[in-house]
Design a protein around this ligand. Structure first.
Ligand SMILES: Cc1cc2nc3c(=O)[nH]c(=O)nc-3n(C[C@H](O)[C@H](O)[C@H](O)COP(=O)(O)O)c2cc1C
Ligand SMILES: [Fe+2]
Ligand SMILES: [Fe+2]
Length: 402
């Protein structure tokens, strides 16, 4: 499949350079994203030169250069602002600088310098910036805001007061290749938000306290934001506050209605029958059950399960015992949930053949991460009538406690 390149002057002198990465299967080499992702760079063209904000993944470097060439001479770029050194945005940097004859200064946080030098084995001229620093580039004021851990420790944002534009890099971004550039159409936004949730759960979930902290920091600066321009997905100009509020609600673990996530890992589906009973009970008691099963015919993507975990009210985990531990896909999943997902009540169901382990290990892992374990129900083989009664009771307690 060929990638799709979009270049648009979104305001006089301010260009979006977007590529839809339809080649990617696993973001960061991990997260399954059939919906794909965009990389958004921005180009400011003004008096005395041009400023490039971020870039694209390395494989698209030549495409980026071609797009820039359609707007300005590469040699006219005086500065490249690297908001974040992760190669989905900085991968094109070497080639861009080469095409520019290494005339441009790389504007970045001090922590980004050794990363860029080590990633690409280049030694460009750097202009290292501090939080709150104001630059005058391409005839415009650019205020640097340090926003650590969104998504790495070196991440900065740029605010262009004359345009009321905040360029936010990973923060306020999402997966998918939206069919529009802006948030103007409510239908497009509605379609896009699940991909934002999935992106946050997969990529920034581990740093969720920093989402809240940085939003508060941005708010304390009283910036007037007319355009919010992230490095992935839609640009926000109709309602930038919507994406800020959505990020905050995800980071704080605000549930989406009565959604209850049920995850089952079962080799021969004895345990899955018990998990299905729990799912039915959730629905019977008025919850909305989202049921993922690992079994001999299905391996749902971790990326999707984490996305649903993010804004579920509570979680039910059913896992069988495997080699004196947890059935491996669920062991991995529980580990991811313990790190990336806001704490919430959990009901654990486990099974075993000769020596129980799964339920205890899952409960210990999640309890130590601050999750509230409502009950731990464990049985040999398949659930007895008494086990089923306890499962129903557990579901009731779970719904009451969440
Ligand atoms: C590869 C494999 C490893 C297993 N390891 C253990 C184990 O270490 N301890 C245990 O008690 N049962 C173990 N079992 C047995 C399962 O936990 C038991 O059969 C369980 O009922 C399987 O549930 P399921 O039919 O829902 O997959 C193992 C089974 C398999 C196939
Ligand atoms: Fe990143
Ligand atoms: Fe990114």
């Amino acid at each position: 499949m060929a990638s799709r390149v979009l270049s648009q002057e979104i305001e006089p002198g301010f260009h979006l350079l977007r590529v839809d990465d339809v080649d990617v299967e696993y973001f960061e080499g991990i997260w399954s994203i059939p919906e794909k992702v965009t990389y958004n760079a921005y180009l400011l063209v003004g008096d005395g030169g041009a400023v490039l904000f971020d870039g694209w993944k390395g494989i698209y470097a030549d495409d980026l250069i071609e797009v820039i060439r359609g707007i300005v001479d590469l040699k006219d770029i005086t500065h490249v602002i690297v908001h974040h050194a992760e190669p989905d945005h900085s991968g094109s940097l070497s080639k861009v600088l080469e095409a520019n004859g290494f005339r441009a200064e790389v504007v970045a946080h001090p922590m980004a310098k050794p990363m860029i030098e080590a990633f690409y084995r280049i030694a460009p001229r750097f202009r290292l910036v501090k939080d709150g620093e104001e630059l005058a580039l391409a005839g415009e004021k650019i205020k640097i805001i340090y926003t650590p851990w969104l998504h790495w420790p070196e991440t900065i944002m740029s605010y262009l007061p004359d345009r009321r534009a905040l360029i936010t890099c990973d923060a306020f971004g999402g997966y998918s290749t939206p069919r529009a550039i802006f948030d103007d159409d409510e239908g497009v936004v509605k379609e896009y938000l699940p991909s934002v949730r999935k992106y946050v759960a997969n990529i920034i979930g581990f740093y969720r306290q920093h989402i809240t902290r940085n939003i508060e920091k941005i708010q304390s600066l009283n910036l007037s934001i007319g355009i919010l321009a992230p490095a992935h997905g839609l640009i926000w100009r109709r309602n930038p506050q919507l994406i800020i509020d959505y990020y905050r609600s995800l980071a704080e673990g605000r549930p989406d209605g009565n959604k209850i996530l049920i995850i089952s890992g079962s080799m021969y589906r004895l345990l899955e029958k018990a998990a299905a009973i729990a799912a039915d009970e959730v629905e019977r008691l008025g919850g909305r059950a989202i049921f993922y099963r690992f079994n001999d015919s299905s391996q749902p993507p971790f990326s999707e399960i984490l996305s649903d975990a993010m804004d579920s009210r509570a979680i039910i985990i059913a896992a069988t015992t495997y080699e004196a531990g947890v059935y491996p896909p669920l062991e991995h999943l529980v580990d991811l949930i313990s790190r990336k997902i806001p704490q919430k009540p959990v009901l654990v169901i486990g099974s075993y053949g000769w020596g129980p382990a799964a339920a205890r290990k899952i409960s210990e892992k999640l309890a130590s991460a601050g999750f509230k374990i409502i009950d731990k129900i464990e049985f040999q083989g398949s659930a007895s009538e008494e086990d089923i009664r306890r499962i129903r009771e557990g579901v009731k307690m779970l719904l009451e406690s969440s």
